[in-house]
Design a protein. Structure first.
Length: 267
């Protein structure tokens, strides 16, 4: 069994906590470290449990506190070489990673990190590099896909294997098109290296899920171009068009942007 807590999911900061009975890791630390420590106390979670940090990509809302956390708790940070280079260049990371704590992952190569079997896979986004993670531990697995411009064949393979899935539903296309953003920003969001919209997210789930998929959490919702209820209803509608009923065939939930969601027990 695995415990999952989302400590933030969105452009204000992303951080996911995953624990077995004897080990724990964080995926991204784009939230403030002081707030993370406070939330952990509320949830009865000790950051001393964390022995590994995985980073998806080098945008500030995913890496802001990785250097500080690594230094304070002496925990290694795993990312692709390109992402590590991006972290070093990012001015938002005021405390840089020490060289001995920066560990390199290769996409498509499975590694064992304590209790966790981890495979990074490519996810298209306009960062230096970006990966999703397929994580196996506690007799189950979790697939994390965030900040994805589109869904590739490789990503589909990991969705097919997932028992639990965190996947981006960033925006509603009409809200983006009719909203106040300048054209260059709208184009970026809607591009193949931008973000998944609600309907694309639903199609990705419906066309690639297996019967073993139990839980889906929608992540990284835009504050300006989406709404939790809109994202949930849109994905539910897409699933229904494929004959899949949320609440019966799988559990569907939206992760909160700036406050914790969970804890969830994954079997």
């Amino acid at each position: 069994m695995l415990k999952l807590i989302s400590f933030g999911s969105g452009s204000s900061g992303n951080c996911y906590f995953l624990a077995t009975a004897t080990d724990a890791l964080l995926v991204d630390i784009g939230v403030g470290l002081r707030g993370l420590k406070k939330d952990c106390r509320v949830y009865g979670v000790s950051l001393q449990q964390v022995n590994h940090v995985l980073v998806t990509h080098d945008h500030a809302d995913h890496i802001k506190s990785v250097g500080s956390f690594s230094a304070d708790f002496m925990v290694p940070v795993y990312a692709t070489r390109e992402v590590h280079d991006g972290i070093n260049r990012n001015y938002c990371v005021t405390k840089k990673l020490s060289a001995d704590m920066a560990k390199v992952l290769e996409k498509g190569k499975t590694v064992q990190l304590g209790d966790f079997t981890v495979t990074a896979f490519e996810v298209p986004h306009d960062s230096t590099d970006n990966v999703g993670y397929f994580i196996e531990a506690g007799g189950t697995n979790l697939c994390i896909i965030t900040d994805a411009g589109l869904v590739t064949d490789e990503m589909k393979q990991y969705i097919c294997r997932a028992r639990h899935l965190i996947i981006e539903a960033n925006h509603d296309v009409e809200m983006v098109l009719s909203g106040p953003y300048p054209k260059f920003l709208k184009d970026r969001i809607l591009s193949g290296t931008g973000h998944l919209n609600n309907r694309e997210c639903g199609v990705a789930i419906a066309e690639n899920m297996s019967e073993q998929l139990q839980n889906v959490w929608l992540c990284h919702l835009s504050e300006e171009n989406n709404h939790p209820e809109l994202a949930r209803k849109t994905v539910e509608s897409v699933l229904r068009s494929y004959g899949i009923i949320a609440g019966t065939d799988l559990h569907l939930e939206v992760l909160k942007r700036t406050t914790p969601s969970g804890p969830y027990e994954l079997e």
